[in-house]
Design a protein. Structure first.
Length: 525
């Protein structure tokens, strides 16, 4: 096991089996490895299947589409099943192809295993339905949760046979296929839900889940001993400690006992895809580093914005900078647009080494909160309804080494942008940054009728349309911005009462630009 420089996740479906009409060629099966060669990625996290059905020639489970007689989920799901079926018929095992290719090219590869799924034997589409639940539906949780309706049809880990099925799968994929380790994906498909037990019993059942993690660690140790090296065990976990404990995940104990090597703070579902440079998980970093474990944080794919529907390289640099400044060991990339273009390859090249982007432009975005319980612990304070005479305070963490760049004469500018929805030109607003008043007459002010945000952002529960708004952009004095914690205050000093719409502090952004050489154009040298 070696410490990753940059981890990239390919779930095996969206960027492989879904995309090709059958039969796939050997070259196409190798693409999850070949498309990351020459980048900063040195560790591939490869999806083993839906979690309950698989891509490989399994002897302990069933493959994707194996028992399907009516294809009701569209052509993509049919493609995946047919591609696997035809490949195995001619002696091509998709998982073996990817693992062998990774090792041939010097890439460390771990298998990503989804730990649960809400598909029921009563569902019409059963691509995700695993062998155990198919044959023994009595192992399902079967307890309703009004907030999480998908939980009832998940497997209940209090049943020994559910835990043993997972161990059998792990022994098969890590033992037969020479994987370098395993990633536990605790989130359900298309959801931020984590489910292992009946909701009423989850917290009390944490020792049962910890026992399974011990068994997984012991199994990986046995396989690793035969190979003469330790196999990596990584786990996605909730960035808020209470979020783990509530579903029975005692992550502190996992770390204290040395069971996991890598933890991946992860909200899951659409929430995890939002660009957010601000949320921290100091408790997790401290607990991991005390035991020599590593923390890798993912960058978002989608900003909550109407002008940019995909994360820019400047946004991803900012996220990576802040995570590393907080103490994270590296970055975990997932859901980059595919097929990869020069934009994605720039991300994969740069984010493996912070020295590459230390003095390159960064765009610090603050994600909006939702009605869920995660917003406040993650620092997602926006949006804020402005009230007359009451300052709205927003902390902004900036991880750049601003002082050193300023001393070297390489810090070019720092711009603050504030979006306020439905403000009125006859309102009177006041802005302060780190205690200093920002004169409104110095701001660049622009207004827009409104805009549509990306679907991936809207699916998190935030509004799909940003209503009529004003942008206020300030050039901040370079000596005013701090490395680390900064504070913005916005006060509505006068509110035009005749216009009743709520004035909403919707977005806060900071753009940091450095002095860089001019890019030649035309015949310049």
């Amino acid at each position: 096991m070696r410490k990753p420089q940059l981890i990239y996740n390919n779930d095996g479906r969206h960027y492989s089996l879904y995309r090709y009409d059958p039969p796939m060629s050997l070259h196409q099966f190798r693409q999850p490895v070949d498309e990351i060669l020459g980048t900063g990625v040195d560790t591939l996290s490869f999806g083993l299947g839906s979690g309950q059905t698989f891509w490989h020639d399994t002897r302990v489970g069933i493959r994707w589409g194996e028992r399907i007689t009516r294809h009701t989920n569209g052509v993509m799901w049919w493609r995946a099943g047919e591609n696997v079926r035809r490949a195995l018929e001619v002696g091509i095992d998709p998982l073996k192809v990817v693992v062998d290719r990774a090792h041939e090219k010097g890439i460390q590869i771990i298998g990503s295993l989804k730990m649960n799924d809400p598909t029921s034997p009563d569902d019409d589409g059963k691509y995700w339905l695993g062998k155990l639940k198919w044959d023994h539906p009595e192992v399902m949780i079967a307890e309703d949760d009004p907030d999480e309706p998908k939980i009832a049809t998940c497997s209940d880990y209090s049943h020994p046979e559910v835990r043993q099925e997972r161990l059998d799968v792990i022994e098969e994929v890590c033992g037969r296929y020479e994987l370098d380790g395993l990633e536990i994906d605790d989130c359900l498909k298309d959801s931020h839900v984590r489910a292992f037990f009946k909701p009423s019993e989850a917290r009390a059942n944490a020792p049962i889940l910890t026992g399974l993690i011990r068994d997984i660690r012991a199994l990986l140790n046995d396989i690793g001993k035969r190979r003469g090296r330790r196999l990596m065990l990584a786990s996605r976990v909730h960035p808020v400690e209470e979020g783990n404990l509530a579903v029975g995940m005692d992550v502190r104990t996992w770390l204290a006992e040395g069971l996991v090597d890598v933890v991946l703070p992860y909200l899951g579902g659409g929430q995890s895809m939002l660009v957010d440079s601000q949320h921290s998980f100091d408790w997790l970093i401290e607990a991991a580093h005390e035991q020599g474990a590593w923390v890798y944080s993912r960058t978002g794919r989608t900003p909550y914005d109407d002008s940019s529907h995909d994360a820019t390289i400047e946004m991803q640099r900012a996220e990576a900078t802040n995570y590393r400044a907080r103490g994270a060991d590296g970055i975990y990339l997932e859901h980059l647009p595919w097929p990869h273009t020069a934009r994605e390859y720039q991300v994969m090249r740069e984010l493996g080494d912070p020295d590459i982007y230390a003095r390159k432009s960064k765009h610090y975005m603050l994600a909006p909160g939702t009605d869920g319980p995660d917003s406040a612990p993650l620092g997602r304070l926006l949006p804020i309804m402005l009230q007359e005479g009451v300052p709205a305070c927003v902390p902004v963490f900036i991880g750049d080494a601003l002082g050193e760049a300023r001393d070297d004469g390489e810090l070019e500018s720092v711009k603050l942008r504030v979006r306020i929805v439905q403000t009125n030109p006859e309102d009177r607003l006041a802005f302060r940054f780190n205690g200093r008043t920002l004169p409104l007459e110095d701001a660049k002010v622009s207004t827009y009728y409104g805009g549509i945000v990306d679907w991936a952002a809207a699916r998190t529960g935030v509004p799909h349309r940003i209503d009529t708004y004003y942008w206020y952009e300030f050039d901040l004095p370079l000596d005013l911005v701090r490395e680390g914690d900064n504070k913005l205050e916005v006060t509505m000093e006068r509110h035009l009462k005749a216009m009743t719409a709520d004035r909403i502090l919707q977005n806060v952004e900071v753009r940091v630009d450095y002095v860089e050489p001019e890019v030649p154009v035309g015949g310049q040298m």
